[in-house]
Design a protein around this ligand. Structure first.
Ligand SMILES: [Zn+2]
Length: 120
């Protein structure tokens, strides 16, 4: 039974790792046929991710203020740790939302009329 995570070009499940490796939901590549894919209708999700990263940046700056500016190592390490850990957590959450949500993969470079009906 096809799912929203099947490649519309070759019909194979792309696997969650292909979604993790993609920097954006529209820069996913099928590991089987190398077709460029995207999840459709992700505008609100992307806006939410941008807001989460902005909030994370503010938290990183707040961490730098919290540790004070006496020790240069602490001033650098605190915000970097907040950004790395928070960024990883945000990525895991958004990949899981894409993977387990009702989002469906689409081809980026070909219109839907060119899709092979047998594999969709
Ligand atoms: Zn494919």
């Amino acid at each position: 039974m096809p799912t929203g995570n099947d490649c519309p070009a070759c019909g194979e499940n792309i696997g969650i790792w292909a979604v993790f490796r993609a920097p954006f939901p529209n820069r996913i590549f099928c590991p089987h046929c190398r077709e460029r894919l995207r999840y459709g209708h992700t505008d609100l999700l992307i806006a939410g991710a941008v807001c989460a990263f902005v909030a994370l940046t503010v938290l990183g700056l707040a961490a730098a203020l919290w540790v004070g500016f006496g020790d240069v190592v602490q001033v650098v390490v605190a915000p970097v740790a907040v950004l790395l850990l928070g960024g990883a957590a945000i990525e895991v959450v958004f990949v899981c939302v894409l993977w387990y949500g009702s989002y469906r993969l689409e081809l980026v470079n070909r219109p839907k009329t060119d899709w092979d009906d047998e594999t969709v």
